[in-house]
Design a protein around this ligand. Structure first.
Ligand code: UDP
Length: 322
């Protein structure tokens, strides 16, 4: 199969490129190398089944050509990371709304099956137990970057969903919960690469808020396995799926675990959200996915627990030049 991955040099996109080329598919990665990095896919450069096209999902001509040439599309290109979205809101919104619309329109033009990456941010402040796909969204003001990001992603979902319902375009929506692993950078706010990098340098570990907020982290390898299986599952079309782990840990607990596993001399410092992000910033206290739906369809189950994830990130950051 010829697969187009938008955001193919990004953290998740590059792992998906590894997975798909490894299975004998031809992969074209479209990436503007803004948050994606050439180093993520450099090892694929000699692979005849892989090609990188440096360009933007906002470029209608490039998108048109690449979608036409592909059999299926994985649309992962997006502005990601709470920190990036807070600091560059206009660019984030444009990429996430217009970019997705451009890719979806091209998929419709050539009738290509497309998987769209959405996010657990969709649920907003809904902290009720494991979140099911049909659960309510609870959002703050659209003038706060976090909620405008959530809304932009909801627009992507709506477009993908109605292209399917109204026009018969085969679309699949996935909501990715916290995803971690090698090649993820802490530069855009993600907590595990930040804590590991801090610990390896014996620097203070920066816990935002009181550290009682919790998350569940899934290894990127489990995520890309799920993405490729969903693309192959006819019953996934027209549906939305949570993808995430249910192994919950508080952020304070995470900091302690990382200090323990790295043997760092770091101490934990607590930084108020207002200082860490922006005035009035609202965090999610808790976020756990209900993964019954994806489990039923493709037998999804995480294979790497938090311990293995942290070990993998430590070994990634222990390599030179990371
Ligand atoms: N966080 C933190 N210190 C950091 C970066 C993040 O305490 O240096 C917290 C952040 O406030 C949030 C959690 O870790 O409560 C997860 O943050 P991340 O940005 O990785 O993911 P998300 O907020 O999207 O779940």
């Amino acid at each position: 199969m010829k697969c187009l991955i938008t955001g193919g040099a990004g953290f998740i996109g590059s792992h998906l490129a590894d997975k798909l080329t490894g299975a004998g598919n031809h992969v074209v990665a479209l990436d503007n190398l803004s948050t994606g990095r050439y180093e993520n896919i450099a090892h694929l450069s000699g692979n005849g089944n892989f090609k990188i096209v440096v360009g933007s999902v906002l470029d209608e001509k490039i998108v048109d050509k690449l979608v036409d040439e592909a059999d299926v599309v994985f649309h992962l290109a997006a502005a990601v990371g709470v920190d990036l979205i807070v600091k560059r809101p206009l660019e984030s919104m444009t990429t996430n709304i217009k970019g997705s619309e451009t890719v979806l329109e091209a998929a419709y033009r050539y009738h290509k099956k497309i998987l769209i990456a959405s996010t657990s941010e969709i649920y907003g402040k809904n902290v009720n137990g494991p979140l099911k796909e049909e659960d309510d969204r609870i959002l703050g003001s659209p003038l706060k970057s976090r909620w405008s990001y959530s809304t932009a992603k909801a627009i992507d979902e709506i477009l993908a969903y109605i292209y399917c319902k109204e026009k018969g375009l085969p679309t699949i929506i996935v909501r990715l919960f916290n995803t971690v692993g090698p090649r993820q950078t802490g530069a855009y706010g993600m907590v595990i690469p930040r804590f590991v990098a801090q610990a390896l340098e014996n620097k203070d570990i920066t816990v935002f808020g009181d550290g009682n907020q919790s998350r569940c982290f899934l290894h990127v390898g489990d995520v890309v396995n799920a993405l490729s299986k969903l693309m192959d599952a006819p019953a996934a079309v027209g549906e939305v799926f949570n993808i995430g782990s249910q192994e919950e840990i508080s952020i304070k607990g995470l900091a302690e675990r990382i200090i323990e596993m790295t043997g760092a001399k770091s101490k934990i410092i607590y930084i108020p959200y207002d200082k860490a992000y922006e005035r009035g910033f609202e965090d999610m206290q808790r976020r756990i996915p209900d993964t019954t739906k994806i489990n039923k369809l493709i037998g999804f189950k995480p294979t790497i627990g938090l311990e293995g994830i942290i070990k993998d990130v430590i070994s990634y950051f222990s390599k030179p030049n990371k």
